[in-house]
Design a protein around this ligand. Sequence first.
Ligand SMILES: [Zn+2]
Length: 173
Amino acid sequence: MTSRIAKFPGVELHSKDFYEGKVTQVRSRPDARYEFSAGEAMSRFLEELQNGKLIARTCNGCKRILFPPRMFCEECYRPTDEWRYIRDTGTIETFSISYLDQDAKRITEPILVGVVSLDGASPKMGMMHYFGEMTKDEIRIGMRVKAVWKPAEEREGSVLDIRYFRPLKEGEA
Ligand SMILES: [Zn+2]
């Protein structure tokens, strides 16, 4: 027979106790200002997104094209060698059909998210992103896709400068 603790020691607090001021509390809004460096590779990557381009790093050791770019090759244990632009087309590696939005609220029209491996980079080098202009019934692993970019004046050096990846049309490079 399992015994169940009916009552824990101490007093259980409910959120209303906080709102009603029954619990000593301090509220403050710190004026925290900070900056951080994205690092050499990520900074260039973000800058190029603002230009509507995807950039990778090549490694002369393993001959791979690393995307997203990094200044150090984790396989060769050596610095990478050159910058190289890759294409904004690719292949869906994996995806999820999400009925939760970014705030974890339930939604009826699902968001499609997943990983795209980009053309021109080494296999399995990709980025996570949204998919659009396709339904949950149409999306599949191996589907060919292309980035849909925000207009240049709206881009701000973020992965969201790409709105989503849409299906590649017949005959489209
Ligand atoms: Zn390498």
